[in-house]
Design a binder for this molecule. Sequence first.
Ligand code: SF4
Length: 209
Amino acid sequence: MVNSNYSNIVYWLGDSLYLNITNRCSNRCYFCFRHYWNGIAGFNLKLREEPDPKRVIEDLKKHISRRRWVEVVFCGFGEPTVRLDCILEVARWIKRHYPGIRIRLDTNGHGLLLNPGRDVVRELKDAGVDAVSVSLNGHDEETYNKVCRPDFKDAYKSILEFIKRAKNESLDVEVTAVRIPEIDILKVHDLAANLGVKFRVREFIPCFY
Ligand code: SF4
């Protein structure tokens, strides 16, 4: 049961701690989990306001020592790279105080478009981000635009560029796609293979995550 009186910035699933730093997103995917639920596993991910980095770190301090977490993941009810500077500050804090914990960013891959003029991938790497998991819900641009309804006209091309740059920076890169009828999973798999990165299918279970 999700507690609607309290918004969770930090939440956890298995051995991973998750950070929910924004509810803004540059996509409007028709299958988006946010259409069905206010949160996950009893955590309320609908933020009343975006927490500043200090607040994220304060919340993180309460939970990060509670057990041996394998990783901290920037992933919530929105696209984290909308708040690049927040990611960087929090990631730097984690690496300074808990260097053994892996840091992963789950992203829609729009980071370059959301932060024009910034060397986004290099900045993520320098701040201590180890891995990126990029949602690529379309085997081509037309399908992607239909399924994800991005704010940006060139989103698909930019995502591919983001993936290439992340690989060039030696980040651990994974591409994911949701199993829905519009997407040819095999083609996304092949695309990821051609880019030299891992691929993972995410099952679509409406109203049951
Ligand atoms: S990219 Fe993720 S958060 Fe954004 S609309 Fe799509 S599924 Fe929802």
